[in-house]
Design a protein around this ligand. Sequence first.
Ligand code: FMN
Length: 178
Amino acid sequence: MAKRNFPLSEVYTLLEPGPVVLLTTIRGDKPDVMTMSWLTMMEFTPPQIGCVISNRNYSFKALQETGECVINIPTAELAQAVVGCGNTSGRHIDKFSRFGLTPEAGKRVRAPLIKECFASLECQVVNTDLVAAYCFFVLEVCKAWRDAKLKNEPTLHHRGWGTFVLDGETITLPSKML
Ligand SMILES: Cc1cc2nc3c(=O)[nH]c(=O)nc-3n(C[C@H](O)[C@H](O)[C@H](O)COP(=O)(O)O)c2cc1C
């Protein structure tokens, strides 16, 4: 491998952490949806997820005030809406109507599920120790939904600046990790 210097500002594009998701919140009666790719699993049961949500985003305020959100996982078919929700702010527009997304009531949190996504995870904020320094929230999934018919639909994985990789071939090896 002939490796050369690589810009630090692009390191994250080598370490894409998981599918791009749509994070929904509700502040008062105003729901919002934000595109997010900086997230990581932290625990199996109850499932815990760490994520970075910039304090410049409208979603940051909603999450801080309500302590609740939903992580919705889109298939690649929703790519246009995913990018749209990442390029606009709920401060100015209603992204559900702008990008053709349908809010649905969940069971455990007030933030809406997105009907068009194949999975939705209702979450509560369980730790904010790193919010002030890193905008890093720890979420716990309290209720999970998934469309069982969609097993291998490609999801989107962010490589930076509008570039996405779609899930490809699945292989199975004798790994001891769940
Ligand atoms: C592919 C993609 C991934 C993104 N990932 C994140 C992320 O992990 N954290 C974050 O704070 N913003 C992320 N953004 C930017 C937010 O989605 C964007 O700032 C959005 O306008 C915030 O919306 P809001 O103001 O309605 O909350 C991402 C945008 C795109 C297009």
